[in-house]
Each structure stands twice: as C-alpha cells, then as structure tokens.
Write a protein that binds this ligand. Structure first.
Ligand code: COA
Length: 332
C-alpha cells in the first residue's frame, strides 16, 4: 500500500480497437451457447478480435500514439514506458521493448508489468512513484491484450467473456499539486493461482505434445469462485480508498471499474451504495480486455465528456493473481 504525492497527472488518454466485431450470435453459431445466456450472465453483446497483423505490441503502440496526441506530446518527450499485459507478443523481450521501437524510441526505460486485469492500476502506482524521482517527465502506461490468442475457443465458459484491444495514458509531472493521481492501493493473494491462469508455456509447463493435447496453453478459470472474490475485493479496494481520504461515495464523480462482467460491476455499485449512473460501463461492446479495460474505458469516458476538471475519479480493478487495486484521481 502506498500513498502517492500529487503532482503527476494523466495528461492524455488513447485507445485502439481492432475493427473486427464478433457478436454473441457469431459465437453461438460455432459453440453451444446463446446471445441470451451471454447477455444475461455478463452484459456482453460483442467483443473485438484482433487480426493476424494486430499483435499486442501493435495495438499498444497505436493506443500510445492516440494518448500522446491527446496529451500534446511527441514520442521523443517520453522517457518511460510500462506495458501491462497478460498476452505479450513473446515471453521476452518485453512488449514494452517492442512498442518502444515501434514508436521510434531508443535508450529509455521500458518494461512489462504482470498483474493481469489489475495491471493498469499496478502500473499507475509504479509509474507515479518512479516519477517522484527527477528522472522522468512524461511516461506512457499501456494496457494491451490479444487475449483471443490464449482463449480456448471450444470452452464456452471462458471464450465468450474476453476481447482484444489496447488503452494508454500519458502521465506527466506537474508543479500543480492540487490535482492528479492522489493515491493508489494494490493487493495480491497468490494462494489459489489455479482459479484463473494460463498453465502452459512457462518454465513449469513448457510446450510438449502432451501439454498441447491437454489444452494447457489456454486460459483456465473457475468462473463462479472468481465472481465471488472479485465482488469482495473490488468493494474493499473502493472502500479502502474512500476511507483513506475521508470521502463518501457521493463525493466521487465517476467510478471506472474493470470491465469484466456487468453483474460484478452492479454488485460493486450496490455494496458501496453508489448510483449506477456514476459507473462508466462499456463491457457490452468489448467484453473483458484485461489490462486494457480501464484505460480504454477512461479514454471513452473523457471523449464522452463524463470527466470534468475538479472531479474525483476512482478506478477499481480485480484480476488473476489474485490481484486487486484502486486509484484515486482528482482530475486537473
Ligand atoms: N453458454 C451457455 N451455458 C454456459 C456457458 C455459455 N457460454 N458457460 C457456462 N455455461 C453453463 C455451465 O456449463 C453450467 O452448466 P451446468 O449447470 O449444466 O454445469 C451453467 O451454465 C451455469 O454455470 P455457472 O458457472 O453457474 O454460471 P454463472 O451464473 O456463474 O456464470 C460466469 C458464469 C463465467 C459468467 C460467471 O461465473 C462469471 O462472470 N464469473 C466471473 C468471471 C470473470 O469475470 N473473470 C475475469 C475476472 S478478471
């Protein structure tokens, strides 16, 4: 847990969505599921699926360009890049390293951060703290996911839930200490990794004929258990942040939760007693894009005029690990 000094603002936001839209009906044509089941259990109507030429690094670089345009900075102004992803182009080098090159940058600090769907919140905490040193003026945080590449398209209990895309923000240091990233809270309980994981492909289970046959290179999830824990930790993450700052739910102008499932988001709203109108939701169009979900939603919220200067914005996430966290922002 860390309290961050203010003076770091989100100066720009951006996103990239693959053009291919896959509807529930399209999935239902291939698999034993229905639009009605998916909508009623998750709120998801469609998701974007990346093409062969849309890698995690490509989508991340496009989102980064859009965020830099919005911040009014050029690539040469960036001195730090962190990419939050669970679907990197390769295990190494990092996707951040590949994006850095795609942006025409050399010799800056860049690395990937692994905290699954909470990755963007974790990255905000890490970058904000790094920027308190004198070394960095403008940083890029990118959440980019090509989850379709690790989904088992024969497993109806997981493949209908996720989608591809990327979101990015530019963080800039400022002398104005009255606004910016106020505070960050993160946590992790690694006791039950099997609840949501990709068992194969790492050093514990390198690819073999058997591991391929056992479909170990695809995402595995215990949906019911994850649902229960997600609601609890999203609520805790929000409450802890409100209590730390003496804020009431009505003081928050907008909550941007991780977009995993509409029922989880509504359960969060009920438990912290915040009206649904204060929640930003776009899960119906993207599904769960993991680390990309909050930055995509943040960008859309800004485009729709949902965030004004002086607003308190609360970001709340949950993901594999199991990880969770929240970030409180006072918009500049
Ligand atoms: N279409 C139709 N039926 C499906 C289905 C699908 N796509 N997926 C699962 N089912 C079936 C199951 O096989 C089960 O059938 P059974 O009772 O005959 O065994 C039935 O639906 C009910 O399964 P259940 O797990 O009780 O459904 P649920 O109401 O819990 O909803 C999830 C399932 C996955 C939607 C829900 O648990 C969930 O959203 N969990 C959180 C997942 C998540 O957000 N993960 C990411 C966190 S970052």
């Amino acid at each position: 847990m860390t309290r961050l000094a203010p003076g770091v603002i989100i100066s720009g936001t951006g996103s990239y969505a693959p053009s291919r839209i896959v509807t529930n009906d399209e999935i239902s044509a291939q698999l034993d599921t229905t639009d009605e089941w998916i909508r009623s259990r998750t709120g998801i109507k469609e998701r974007r699926i990346a093409g062969d030429d849309e890698s995690t690094s490509f989508m991340g670089a496009e989102a980064a360009k859009s965020a830099m345009d919005s911040a009014g900075v050029s690539a040469s102004d960036i001195d730090l890049i962190i990419v939050a992803t669970l679907s990197p182009d390769m295990l190494f080098p990092s996707t951040a390293s590949l994006i850095q090159t795609q942006l025409g940058l050399r010799k800056i600090t860049s690395f990937d951060l692994s905290a699954a769907c909470s990755g963007f919140i974790y990255a905000l905490e890490v970058v904000s703290n790094m920027m308190r040193s004198d070394a960095y003026q403008h940083a890029l945080i990118i959440g980019s996911e090509k989850i379709s590449s690790i989904l088992d398209w024969e497993d109806r209990s997981t493949c209908v839930l996720f989608g591809d895309g990327a979101g990015a923000v530019v963080l800039s240091k400022t002398d104005d200490t009255s606004a910016g990233i106020i505070d960050s809270y993160t946590g992790n309980d690694g006791a039950k990794p099997e609840l949501l994981c990709l068992p194969g492909g790492g050093s514990a289970c390198p690819p073999t004929i058997d591991s391929l046959a056992q479909r170990k290179h695809f995402l595995k999830m215990n949906g019911r258990e994850i649902f229960r824990i997600a609601v609890r930790w999203m609520e805790q993450s929000a409450v802890i942040m409100l209590e730390r700052h003496g804020l009431k739910p009505e003081d928050i102008s907008l909550i941007i939760p991780h977009q995993a499932n509409l029922r989880i988001i509504h359960a969060l709203a009920r438990s912290i007693k915040i009206p649904k109108e204060k929640l930003f939701v776009n899960v119906e169009r993207y599904g769960n894009t993991s680390a990309a979900s909050i930055p995509i939603a943040l960008h859309e919220a800004r485009q729709k005029g949902c965030i004004q200067s002086g607003d308190y914005v609360l970001l709340v996430a949950f993901g594999a690990g199991l990880t969770w966290g929240s970030t409180l922002i006072k918009w500049h």
